[in-house]
Design a protein around this ligand. Structure first.
Ligand SMILES: [Ca+2]
Length: 499
């Protein structure tokens, strides 16, 4: 018996240092404003060449339903980045309207954000990213912090700068003979506008860094084709028609003509390919250092973006191109070339990273670890997804998704706009509307939608499904402390928020 205990004890002693030394590194790549449809593994029509990220996808797991939860600000980046850092839901953040007063968010939350948690667990933490529209108090927790907004068309002023910060950090780590595992938050300032691409990449994608507001770029046959959900104008006022992204993005402004949109998509590809190249440099360095196989690499964006889809340009909507984000995870124990249909939020990242690293998540975390999905032990960790955009007019836009069904509702213009959209995403993944059936639109996109690829909300055949989704949306709004209600919902005695 004693022998057995000694043996068990020795095994523990033997196992734990190995486990400690083998704790995985995490390289978290977070780009700014990128639709999942940039990538061929989400959109076979995309012309983007992204060999590094494609290889991560081939060696790891691709998520088909990764979402940010939404925003109460036109700067969608800001709540999204808060949710990533603290793992809390959209109405429970330090800056969520009324959250601190209503005790929906604990004080000093920054002490329980990503870097703070990993620092306490003995990790070395480093971050590079853009400045602003983020969670500054959480960012300051990183031991090494290199922030600057780099959206230029050269290495010094563009994405290469962020890679250089990581490469310098790795060099220092090697010089110091650091043995502790690292958590690197490898952020980029692109492909957020202004999308100033490098000249050789712009040429490849038939685009120019368009600067003259008085002209529109000519249609270049080498530029990416119009997306199939392209529209020359959104069919109704969705309450955010004059927000910066819809009218003031350099190179686009209010234009939605073919030349402008295809040029901007070409610029997006130029910026995205450069990001891919820069990630490749860092991965090569990790390989040379012998660290790559023990590193989880997570690739995502803070939210998606429209760029001409549905007649929109920005991130202030809840269509899939904008509500969804790209998400690829590669690392030990993840089956190469695997795919997860299942649902995750960006706010689940903190719990997941903690789980992968064997670190206890903070009590303030509300996210769910999707490590079981990464290990192939579960299909999903969530059945229902809720989305909000209320950065412009109130109450704004809400959506809910369950399985293939998605409901979007718009309550804006002081009650003048009450719109409801119901989509079956299996049949209509691009959320095509009646307007996409217009022959003039078909002539531009080359896409002839199927008859059932429309908004189904007004179709009596789907009345029961619509009712079910409406109930689900209200339940999610209540569960998540959404402080608003839509015209079709009970008022629930909520106090009126100052606009
Ligand atoms: Ca962003």
């Amino acid at each position: 018996m004693r022998m057995l205990s000694v043996l068990a004890f020795s095994l523990c002693v033997f196992v734990s240092p190995v486990a400690a030394a083998g704790r995985p590194n995490i390289l978290f790549v977070n780009v700014d404003d990128q639709s999942p449809y940039d990538f061929k593994f989400y959109n076979s029509n995309s012309p983007l060449q992204s060999p590094t990220i494609d290889q991560l996808a081939a060696q790891g797991m691709v998520f088909d339903a990764a979402y940010h939860m939404g925003s109460f600000s036109g700067a969608v980046c800001t709540p999204s980045r808060h949710m990533i850092m603290c793992g809390r839901t959209v109405w429970h953040l330090p800056l969520s309207p009324g959250a601190m007063q209503k005790n929906l968010c604990p004080p000093n939350l920054e002490k329980n954000t990503l870097a703070a948690v990993f620092n306490r667990a003995g990790y070395k933490t480093m971050r590079t990213s853009k400045t602003g529209n983020s969670y500054a108090a959480a960012n300051k927790q990183f031991t090494v912090l290199k922030e600057a907004s780099k959206r230029g068309d050269t290495d010094d002023t563009g994405s290469a700068w962020h890679a250089e910060q990581v490469l310098d950090y790795l060099k220092q780590r090697e010089a110091n003979k650091d043995k502790e595992p690292f958590l690197i938050d490898f952020g980029f300032s692109h492909p957020h506008d202004t999308r100033d691409g490098k000249p050789e990449l712009l040429a490849k994608y038939g685009a120019v860094n368009h600067v003259d507001k008085k002209t529109v770029p000519p249609v270049n046959p080498k530029a990416p084709a119009l997306p199939i959900s392209y529209l020359p104008v959104h069919p109704f006022n969705h309450g955010n028609m004059t927000v910066r992204d819809e009218v003031a993005v350099s190179g686009v402004w209010g234009s939605r003509d073919e030349g402008t949109i295809r040029n901007e998509l070409g610029r997006e590809c130029a910026c995205s390919e450069n990001i891919d190249t820069q990630i490749g440099r860092v991965l090569e360095r990790l390989r040379a250092m012998g660290e790559l196989d023990n590193t989880y690499i997570i690739y995502t964006a803070d939210h998606g973006i429209a760029i001409g889809r549905h007649g929109l340009q920005g991130k202030q909507n809840l269509y899939e191109h904008t509500w969804r984000v790209p998400l690829v995870v590669k690392g030990p124990g993840i089956k190469p070339g695997s795919r997860a249909k299942g649902n995750v939020y960006l706010l689940d990242l903190l719990a997941t990273m903690c789980d992968l690293a064997g670190v206890k998540p903070p009590d303030s975390n509300e996210g769910i670890s999707y490590k079981p999905v990464l290990e192939g032990k579960a299909d999903t960790v969530r059945d229902v997804l809720y989305g909000v955009y209320t950065g412009g007019e109130k109450p704004g836009i809400r959506c809910v998704r369950k399985g293939d069904w998605k409901l979007i509702k718009y309550d804006v213009q002081n009650g003048i706009v009450h719109e409801t959209q119901l989509f079956n995403l299996a049949d209509n993944p691009s959320e095509l509307l009646e307007q996409h059936h217009d022959l003039k639109v078909i002539a531009l996109t080359g896409n002839r939608p199927d008859k059932n690829q429309v908004n189904l909300a007004g179709d009596p055949k789907y009345a029961d499904k619509l009712k079910e989704m409406e109930e689900l949306l209200l339940a999610e709004m209540r569960r998540l402390n959404d402080p608003y209600r839509l015209w079709s919902q009970p008022k629930d005695d909520l106090p009126v928020l100052k606009k």
